[in-house]
Ligand binder design. Sequence first.
Ligand SMILES: NC(=O)c1ccc[n+]([C@@H]2O[C@H](COP(=O)([O-])OP(=O)(O)OC[C@H]3O[C@@H](n4cnc5c(N)ncnc54)[C@H](OP(=O)(O)O)[C@@H]3O)[C@@H](O)[C@H]2O)c1
Length: 383
Amino acid sequence: MATTADTDAMRRAIALAARALGATSPNPVVGCVILDAAGQPAGEGFHRRAGGPHAEIHALRAAGDRARGGTAYVTLEPCDHTGRTGPCSQALAEAGIARVVYAVGDPTPQATGGAGTLRAAGVQVEAGLLAEEAEAGNAAWLTSVRLGRPYVLWKYAATLDGRIAAADTTSRWITSAESRADVHRLRAEADAVVVGSGTARADDPHLAVRGVDGAVQPLRVVVDTEATAVRPGARVLDGAAPTLIAVADDADTTHLKAAGPGDEPVDVVRLPRAERGLSVPALLAELHARGVRSVLLEGGPTLAGAFVAAGAVDKVVGYLAPVLLGAGPAALGDAGITTIARALRLRMTETVRIGPDLRITATPGHSPADSTTTAVPTSHKER
Ligand SMILES: NC(=O)c1ccc[n+]([C@@H]2O[C@H](COP(=O)([O-])OP(=O)(O)OC[C@H]3O[C@@H](n4cnc5c(N)ncnc54)[C@H](OP(=O)(O)O)[C@@H]3O)[C@@H](O)[C@H]2O)c1
């Protein structure tokens, strides 16, 4: 039976893990808190980047001798393998930790087994504390392990009547500065930001993160089948973040040969065509192979429709502004849904006021359930 001290420590570990969202791929985010034998905080840490020490190692270093006889709370089962760093199970046992409480089991065949190693070393091991919260915090990585493709969050900004641009294609700015700042947080938490050629052509978007301290820039991806939308001088080709242009096998990319920063060639990947544009599964497989575990799909509606049709949207975040347009494209284009019985029903997981706008978060694949509505002052909206 978990005590309040147990749940407090695990909740702190989950919060620590979240600090590195967007920075650890292809690894998960992990947080660790160590309480000494008397139950006092002795050390804490989180995995900051792939190749760096795991959360447990940071926490053990901070705790020093006070780890002996103490309890380690870890959001993910301690690893049992030697990758770029040594096995955490062994490090915890050697430091004299008496009890390990972890939230979620490690599903990867190469890292699993830490709990068994710890038990064999005489350490008391408990699993499952705040598992749902910890899983939500690691949703991107866990989904990518389970499905073998990156987790996809589709984000859009719309008027109250569901339009993402005016009839003349102008769309800046539908939502408020507060909502746009929130989108930069989403970008910072993602490994890649993806848009279609229509958005590249209409908006010349930059897609890099601005205004988030310590953010790791995501890979900017434009899905540009014929290689005609991203021209030399496009904002997405500056040096602010890496960029990848996805094109068809037979597209002419001569103009991209010296269009990168410092006249370097632009990174181009050739993918198979689909009925319309490029194959979404092939794009996601390519991104996964490049270590991308989470994608922020920023539109537009045509590409988003293709992702929905491919069953490749894991979360939807819609920013709704109290604005009416009455004409202009809808947030989502054709997703192959022709009758109400086949509507993609989502479970609303959160609604938050952001400045004058409403941010709605929903996930597919569940029946409607309870949701929350919260008024969050701007200064408190960062989570
Ligand atoms: N408010 C918002 O949240 C928001 C966000 C983004 C965009 N927008 C607005 O949306 C408008 C552009 O939307 P859009 O729908 O025209 O552009 P889009 O969705 O960005 O791009 C669509 C294009 O992507 C290419 N594509 C490549 N693979 C595809 C696939 N598998 N399925 C579908 N398309 C694929 C197709 O052109 P090719 O095959 O020729 O490359 C297609 O025409 C602009 O007005 C922009 O301002 C608004």
